[in-house]
Design a protein around this ligand. Structure first.
Ligand SMILES: C[S@@+](CC[C@H](N)C(=O)[O-])C[C@H]1O[C@@H](n2cnc3c(N)ncnc32)[C@H](O)[C@@H]1O
Length: 169
């Protein structure tokens, strides 16, 4: 079930104003560039800040989220028209071509049961050629609110073409 914080339209509209500093997304944008990813799926895109940023830069990006109210906020942002918005979860990425799948801003922490986490990763991996990258805890660590998540299996994998390059830790 989607958290009301993201699914209620009044709460979703507060998400960006309450946390306007999105410098946490710089690392993801840098990875997209470093790995030469021209097609990105942003899973759990929420209000779409990263997706719009990437769309503005000419990246072909699909923003996926199960919270319709958050997607509605995303669709109103500058450059939103350059993003394909999909209402759903990881299963909605099946068959969609992508070079990289991102999960930013603690999306990984949504999956508290190993089964849910593995189901999500398996679904993401059906996207042709996709690598995936999630940096759990990055955002909140920067604000000193929540310590780093220590989920087994977190990190990054990349398409074969990118594996020779050093990945982030
Ligand atoms: C903390 S918000 C992060 C939003 C955005 N990635 C960001 O950086 O601002 C977590 C997001 O995960 C989404 N989410 C919840 N369950 C999900 C699932 N099963 N699959 C994908 N996203 C999910 C929520 O709807 C919410 O938009």
């Amino acid at each position: 079930m989607v958290d009301a914080l993201f699914a209620n339209s009044r709460l979703a509209s507060l998400y960006d104003p309450l946390d306007p500093d999105r410098s946490d997304l710089d690392a993801y944008a840098a990875m997209v560039e470093e790995f030469g990813a021209s097609r990105v799926v942003d899973l759990g895109c929420g209000t779409g800040t990263l997706a719009c940023l990437l769309g503005q830069r000419g990246v072909s990006v699909i923003g996926v989220d199960p919270a319709a109210a958050s997607l509605a906020v995303a669709r109103r942002k500058p450059h939103a028209e350059k993003v394909r918005w999909v209402h759903g979860d990881a299963s909605a990425t099946a068959g969609r071509a992508a070079d990289l799948v991102t999960m930013t801003g603690n999306v990984a922490q949504v999956f508290v049961a190993d089964d849910d986490w593995h189901t999500t990763l398996r679904a993401v991996r059906t996207a042709p050629k996709a690598g995936w990258c999630s940096r759990p805890g990055t955002r909140f660590d920067g604000h000193g609110r929540v310590g780093p998540a220590r989920r087994r299996g977190s990190g990054c994998t990349f398409p074969r073409s990118a594996r020779s390059r050093p990945g982030p830790t």
